[in-house]
Ligand binder design. Structure first.
Ligand code: IVH
Length: 672
């Protein structure tokens, strides 16, 4: 990469981090998971290591948190509130200890003693006591100054307001974590994604009466300013905290040696689902305070402490119930309703059980304690049952033999390509005869790659369906906006915006219309192939069960599976009516592609956001010039077009295969 582009990448990452800082610290409503946030931060730090000349004043290496919000008065911390470095693996942990020993010039064989404390995933606060009286309470803020939230903190029962113990220091900042118990989080009907955000939101209420409504807890674990430090060990300080009337964590331990640390980590990782609060790892602090002083800090984190994180991707919870979810194509998926659990910053309350066979194979029962995994944006799923914890009243799940929504029979289909019966059971109703399938079909109709109607998302579809505003796709073009603007959360502006988007969506290409119908096995690619063949909406609307569907077999890409599905779709009267109704409202753009354009025989794949035009538009420009869009990078690909924030994996793969990589301006030149 050239110097200019590295600097650009660096600046973009900093910009992104600042935006997410704002969501996280100011609005208490993060838009990305903690692990994605950490990843972004680490990418910036890596770039800074390689190219120190890049470092900007907004670098995370200078910032601990984020500026306190403007709602509260600010107060400077007398002693900076530090953050913690992280270790994830045993190697990281060994390395952490080795660095300490190197710094202290101690032999590698030295067994350091650590105070090991659960890392509660809450909000840290610093409480200043003068002569035993709580005088102020401050949030961490950016580490240098925080928000003065004394009155809100005073509503927390675990925070002593007055301490009358002879050995209590005259002037001390007690630091600890404010958090909400999981059960209390579940009870409050809230707008927060997880207990941590709920605690943060509650603490930042302008009116302490509001804070009091959400039961907050406080666990103390360290000190900031201290008039006279008599503590030789962190563990001694933790014991003193208890005698002064603070709550400390009952899982605090003193441990030395890597294998003991790892054993304890494994134990705690299994135990975390039994706790009534979220922990995201363990904090290791060199127990000896004089060694702590010698070790000091690196920019914003102590050298003498680290957080040994738990894997972000899995957690444990209990199955409260099993429900059947019905998809657009009639697939019945069993879903476990679980006790909400935070997995990598996302509260998960549903986990897929895939199908009946999987439930049997894993012997999953209602009431079981299970391990749940969440990977990226994929729906979380149940990995295994902890049989040792199975309650006596755990109940086997009986898979229904009729569709729970429309009571039609359900079947396992024979898969023509694998020559086996599917594991998935399906509702045999004809689409719109089943309410649940109807809703899913409508959601598909308005989705991005179909009609792409802005302001008409999945939630709105559900609402409009329940209000009987819509039953079939064409009802969308007959909505009563006077009624809509009176709905809660709507108004004249949002109703007229919706009207505008719906109007805009009426001009559509034939392939998009075919795709939007949601015919099974007819995805975007097959819809294009069919549109090229059918060519007009008139012809489409004439297709019924007398049509010679076998003629489609000539189309490269359309096979028996698609034919079977098309036959089923077009033998249904509702589907035929939907097409003839839609024809009245829609204006079909001519979608026959030329095949002598200047991009003839050229294949493209786009990654990242393009400026000025949408990816969908870029795709259609390519296709209008006889080019082809591929969905994966392979030897057949000629160009990878890269916009803003492209997927790095794609770039790496393209380089490996020596595929030409085009910037947006290169691409613009090519198509101009
Ligand atoms: S000590 C000197 N101890 O973790 C290091 N922090 O990423 C400062 N946390 O802001 C923190 N439990 O919100 C410490 N036993 C514990 C903790 C703990 C949770 C949080 C705290 C801090 C963050 C650091």
């Amino acid at each position: 990469m050239s110097e200019i582009s590295i600097s650009k990448v660096y600046k973009e990452k900093i910009k992104k981090l600042l935006i997410h800082n704002k969501y996280y610290y100011e609005k208490s409503s993060p838009k990305i998971s903690d692990s994605d946030y950490d990843k972004l931060k680490n990418e910036i730090l890596e770039l800074e290591k390689k190219y120190p000349e890049l470092i900007s004043s907004n670098s995370p290496s200078f910032q601990i948190g984020f500026k306190p919000s403007k709602n509260f008065k600010k107060l400077k911390h007398r002693v900076k509130m530090l953050s913690l470095s992280n270790v994830f693996s045993v190697d990281d942990l060994k390395n952490f200890q080795k660095k300490i020993l190197n710094y202290l010039n101690l032999p590698d064989s030295t067994n350091l003693e650590f105070s090991v404390e659960p890392k509660i995933d809450g909000i840290s606060a610093s409480l200043t006591y003068k002569n035993g009286k709580l005088v102020s309470g401050v949030s961490r803020g950016d580490g240098y100054e925080g928000e003065l939230i004394t009155e809100n903190l005073k509503t927390i029962k675990d925070i002593p307001k007055k301490i009358e113990k002879n050995d209590f220091p005259d002037d001390i900042d007690i630091r600890g974590e404010v958090f909400i118990a999981i059960q209390d989080f579940e009870k409050i009907n809230n707008k927060f994604a997880n207990p941590r955000n709920a605690a943060s939101g509650s603490l930042r209420q302008k009116n302490p009466v509001e804070t009091k409504k959400i039961p907050l807890n406080f666990i103390a674990y360290s000190y900031g300013f201290l008039s006279e430090n008599k503590f030789k060990k962190q563990s001694e300080f933790l014991s003193a905290l208890k005698t002064w009337g603070f709550k400390t964590n009952k899982f605090n331990k003193i441990i030395s040696g890597t294998s003991e640390l790892v054993n304890n980590h494994n134990k705690m990782e299994n135990l975390r689902f039994n706790l009534n609060y979220d922990i995201d790892g363990l904090v290791y602090k060199v127990n000896d305070t004089s060694l702590q002083t010698r070790l000091g800090n690196v920019s914003n984190a102590p050298r003498w402490a680290t957080a040994h994180k738990f894997s972000a991707k899995s957690s444990y919870s209990q199955i409260l119930n099993i429900e059947i979810q019905i998809g657009r194509t009639g697939a019945l998926t069993p879903v476990a309703k679980i006790k909400p659990v935070n997995i990598g910053g996302v509260v998960v309350s549903n986990a897929s059980l895939h199908n009946e066979d999987e439930i049997k194979r894993k012997d999953i029962r209602i009431g079981d304690y299970v391990k749940i995994e969440r990977a990226g944006d994929v729906i979380p799923h149940v990995i295994q049952v902890d049989i040792s914890k199975r309650p006596k009243n755990a109940k086997k799940f009986i898979f229904p033999n009729k569709c729970p929504s429309c009571h039609s029979n359900i079947i396992k289909e024979f898969n023509l390509s694998t020559k086996k019966y599917d594991a998935i059971k399906r509702c045999t109703s004809e689409g719109y005869d089943c309410d649940k399938i109807s809703i899913e079909k409508l959601k598909h109709f308005i989705s991005k790659d179909a009609l792409n109607i802005d302001g008409l998302g999945k939630k709105v579809i559900e609402k409009f369906w329940h209000l009987s505003f819509i039953r079939y796709p064409y009802d969308i073009f007959n909505l009563d906006f006077k009624k809509i603007e009176k709905l809660e959360g709507w108004g004249t502006l949002s109703a007229s915006n919706l009207k505008f988007s719906i109007e805009n969506s009426k001009i559509i290409s034939l392939d998009k219309l075919i795709y939007s119908l949601g015919i099974r096995h007819i995805g975007q690619e097959n819809a294009k192939l069919l549109a090229d063949n059918i060519q007009s909406v008139e012809k489409l609307s004439k297709i019924d069960n007398s049509f010679n569907f076998e003629s489609f077999l000539n189309i490269d890409g359309i096979g028996e599976t698609q034919i079977k599905s098309l036959k089923k779709f077009f033998s249904n009267k509702t589907n035929i009516k939907i097409i003839s109704e839609l024809k009245k409202y829609l204006k079909i753009k001519f979608s026959k592609r030329k095949n002598d354009g200047k991009l003839k025989n050229k294949t493209f794949l786009i990654t990242g956001k393009l400026s000025g035009i949408s990816r969908a538009e870029a795709k259609s420009i390519i296709e209008n010039n006889s080019g082809k869009i591929l969905s994966t990078i392979n030897n057949k690909l000629d160009y990878l077009v890269t916009g803003e924030k492209p997927t790095s994996k794609k770039i790496i793969k393209a380089k490996e295969l020596s595929i030409k990589i085009l910037s947006q301006s290169d691409f613009n030149k090519l198509i101009s």
